[in-house]
Design a binder for this molecule. Structure first.
Ligand code: SF4
Length: 344
């Protein structure tokens, strides 16, 4: 049996929170019982609102934070301890793209030196090889040779994110974790960077975890999507199928809120209310205070993530497959309209 590149097994990440100077610390679960599989060259999107645990999941996957429970296997081996020589070696094969390219770059270093730095640190290739590789990468991300001597503040936001991408790719990684890589960019630049990421991922055969609050962008670059709510995966499935036939009421709401060509703002049904504070997680299904079709049972019983067949996993008491949830309630009917619209 071939081993997956990334095998995330039931991880949790718990932070101690103090509510008052003398109060006992309470454990807040930012990530709870999350399992994911990613094969070589495959793409997985993780989507959810702010506070859903998607970025924390990305950091645990890369070994930047230890899991409080569960484990992460990279290429069949447990992720080494953060900062250890083994971890540094593994990290060369796993790179991260952050939301803020300016923050990710050294403001005092010119572009070529920044892109080449990982090769210098790990003494990979001769100086001439390194320079040649920098030239190749800058060209691959669509930057001209004229930027090599420039500093980050002399570049546009889109150019900076291209430099970050070139730097991430220079060690020929097997895995890219992109955490909201376009949300700090102008809308006009976002599509260019998403297309570039998608093309490079396909050309170079790199596996990618793409984290975003924007389901539309995630769909564009992912073969499979995991939807997170309050630290847990509530739905997972093949990207196009999940977008056209969302099962979980939360996924339906995200699809409904996503802008689509031809759909007016007034026709979009925005999710009501804010996600609850993870320190005060609702009982039963965490989504029940915002769910338009919640039952009495939902307040007391947490639904398990169940395999509905057709590569779909859903955590909802009402989901049995094939858009099984009756959304005939006044607020639910909006979700039904959305799915019809998405399928057109
Ligand atoms: Fe809504 Fe209940 Fe399903 Fe949770 S389990 S999403 S509250 S119907």
């Amino acid at each position: 049996m071939t081993r997956s590149l990334l095998d995330v097994r039931s991880i949790a990440r718990v932070y101690d929170m103090h509510h008052g100077m003398f109060a006992k610390a309470a454990g807040v679960r930012a990530v709870d019982d999350v399992s994911l599989l990613l094969e070589r060259g495959d793409t997985l999107g993780i989507v959810g609102e702010s506070g859903s645990g998607k970025s924390t999941t990305g950091r645990v996957v890369l070994g930047l934070e230890p899991p409080s429970a569960g484990e992460v296997l990279f290429d069949g081996r447990p992720m080494p301890r953060h900062g250890s020589p083994e971890w540094r070696k593994a990290r060369m094969r796993m790179q991260m793209i952050y939301q803020d390219p300016f923050g990710a770059l050294d403001r005092r270093m010119p572009v070529a030196a920044q892109v080449r730095e990982p090769l210098d640190i790990h003494a990979i290739g001769t100086p001439a090889d390194r320079d040649a590789r920098v030239g190749e990468l800058l060209q691959a991300v669509g930057l001209s040779a004229s930027v090599t001597k420039r500093f980050p503040h002399e570049l546009s936001g889109g150019q900076r994110q291209r430099v970050v991408l070139a730097r991430a790719l220079i060690t020929r990684p097997d895995l890219l974790v992109c955490d909201e890589p376009v949300s700090a960019l102008d809308v006009s630049i976002q599509a260019q960077v998403v297309n570039l990421l998608s093309d490079l991922q396909a050309d170079l055969g790199i596996a990618m975890v793409f984290i975003s609050h924007d389901l539309r962008v995630v769909r564009q670059v992912s073969r499979r999507i995991a939807v997170m709510y309050l630290g847990r995966i509530v739905e997972e499935g093949d990207a196009d199928d999940l977008f056209v036939r969302p099962e979980h009421p939360y996924t339906r709401a995200l699809v409904s809120a996503a802008p689509m060509p031809g759909r007016r703002m007034a026709d979009r049904d925005m999710l009501q209310g804010e996600p609850p504070n993870p320190a005060h997680r609702p009982s039963g299904c965490s989504f029940h205070p915002r769910c338009p079709v919640a039952l009495a049972r939902c307040r007391t019983e947490m639904p398990a993530l169940a395999d509905l067949g057709g590569n779909r996993l859903v955590a909802c008491h009402l989901a049995t497959g094939a858009n099984s949830i009756d959304v005939a309630s006044p607020s639910g009917s909006a979700a039904a309209r959305t799915m019809e619209g998405a399928a057109r």
